[in-house]
Design a protein around this ligand. Structure first.
Ligand code: NAD
Length: 319
C-alpha cells in the first residue's frame, strides 16, 4: 500500500483549518481548499494565531511557525488540492447534497488508493459518498473542536469501509499524536455526540425546571465529574464507585431523568430570539463582541490556553 505523504483538507472553516494545522505541524505537505480566497486568508491567520498559542504554552518552537505555515498550500481549486493526495479530509458544511457533490467531483481527481475521510458530525458517508467508485476507501474521521488540541478522533466504519482503510487512517492519525477510537457501526451521533447530547438534555431540563442557575449548573459540572473525566472514563468511574452502588443509583434515578424527544423550550426560545451564543454576543451567558471579531474570541483564547496545559499533563507523550 502506498504511504501517506500528501494530505488535503476540503473546507477551511472552524474545523478544516485546525485539522490542516495538525498535519502540517507533523511534517505532512497539506493542501487546504475552500471556495474563496478571503476564507483561506482568514484560515491562514487563524493557524498562525493557534501556533502562537502553542509557542506561548511552551509546546512549539517559534522558529517552526513559518515552516509549518509554508507546508500548507492554500487553493481555491479542488482538483489542485486533491491531485496526488493520499489522504483527504472533507470538512465542508454539514449538508448531504453539498457533500455528495464534492465526493463525486473529488472522485474524478484522486488516485485509486487515496482515502476519502469525512469530518461529518451526523451524516452517513455511505449515503453521500454513494457515487464514489472505491467505496472501501471511504471513512468518517470525526474530529472535535478545537481540532488542533483535542486528542480523540472517532473513526467510523461505513457500510463499505475496508479494514485496510481503517488501519491506514489509524496509523496516520497516531503519527500526528491523535488518539483514534473505532466506531464499529455507522450510528447517528457516533459515540461522543450521543453521550454529550444525553447530558445536554438533562442540563436543559434542569435549567427549565429552575432547579439551578446557568452559572451554578456549569460550575457543578466543571468542578465535579468534568474535572474527573479527563483522568478516569465513565466506565472506570462506575468501577471505582462500585457496581452495586451504580445499580442502586441508576435504578432509583432513571425514572427522574429527562426523556424529552424534542429540544426543550429553554433552548428553542433562545434560538427563536436570535440569542445564538457567543457568535451573537448572548446565549445562556453574555459575550464581548469587539469590532471585527466574533463574540467569545477572548473566551476561546483562554479556553485553548487551559486546554493546552491539561493536554501537557494528561497526554505527556503528545507533541
Ligand atoms: P464551517 O462552516 O466553519 O466551515 C465549512 C467551510 O466549508 C467554510 O469555510 C465554507 O466556505 C466551506 N465550503 C462551502 N462550500 C464548500 C464546498 N463546495 N467545498 C468545500 N468547502 C466548502 O463548518 P465547520 O464547523 O468547520 O464544520 C465542517 C464539518 O465538520 C461539518 O460536517 C460539521 O458537521 C463537522 N464538525 C463540526 C464541528 C464543530 O464543532 N464546528 C465538530 C466536529 C465536526
Amino acid at each position: 500500500m502506498r504511504e501517506i505523504n500528501k494530505v488535503a483538507v476540503v473546507g477551511a472553516g472552524i474545523m478544516g483549518h485546525g485539522i490542516a494545522q495538525n498535519f502540517a505541524r507533523h511534517g505532512y505537505d497539506t493542501s487546504l481548499y475552500d471556495v474563496d480566497e478571503d476564507i483561506l486568508q482568514r484560515a491562514h491567520e487563524s493557524i498562525r494565531s493557534n501556533l502562537e498559542t502553542f509557542v506561548q504554552a511552551g509546546m512549539e518552537k517559534s522558529d517552526r511557525v513559518d515552516p509549518i505555515l509554508a507546508r500548507i498550500t492554500l487553493t481555491t481549486s479542488l482538483r489542485e488540492a486533491v491531485d496526488g493526495a493520499d489522504y483527504i479530509t472533507e470538512a465542508a458544511p454539514e449538508d448531504f447534497d453539498l457533500k455528495a457533490k464534492i465526493y463525486r467531483e473529488m472522485d474524478g481527481y484522486v488516485h485509486g488508493e487515496a482515502i476519502l475521510a469525512s469530518n461529518t458530525s451526523m451524516l452517513s458517508i455511505s449515503g453521500f459518498g454513494g457515487d464514489v467508485e472505491k467505496k472501501g476507501n471511504l471513512i468518517v474521521a470525526h474530529w472535535f473542536n478545537p481540532p488542533h488540541i483535542v486528542p480523540v478522533v472517532e473513526l467510523v466504519m461505513g457500510a463499505h469501509t475496508t479494514e485496510d482503510t481503517y488501519r491506514r487512517t489509524h496509523r496516520l492519525l497516531a503519527s500526528i499524536g491523535k488518539t483514534p477510537v473505532k466506531v464499529r457501526k455507522e450510528i447517528p451521533g457516533f459515540l461522543v455526540n450521543r453521550i454529550q447530547t444525553a447530558m445536554f438534555r438533562e442540563v436543559l431540563s434542569l435549567l427549565e425546571q429552575g432547579v439551578a442557575s446557568p452559572e451554578d449548573l456549569d460550575s457543578a459540572v466543571k468542578g465535579s465529574f468534568g474535572l474527573r473525566l479527563g483522568v478516569i472514563g465513565v466506565l472506570e468511574t462506575m468501577d471505582l464507585a462500585g457496581l452495586d452502588l451504580m445499580y442502586k443509583g441508576t435504578k432509583y434515578l432513571y425514572p427522574f431523568i429527562d426523556r424529552s424527544l424534542e429540544p426543550q423550550k429553554a433552548l428553542v426560545e433562545k434560538v427563536e430570539n436570535g440569542q445564538l451564543g457567543a457568535k451573537t454576543g448572548r446565549g445562556f451567558f453574555d459575550y464581548d463582541t469587539e469590532a471585527g471579531s466574533a463574540g467569545g474570541d477572548s473566551k476561546i483564547k483562554s479556553r485553548d490556553k487551559k486546554l493546552l496545559e491539561m493536554l501537557r499533563l494528561l497526554y505527556p507523550s503528545r507533541k
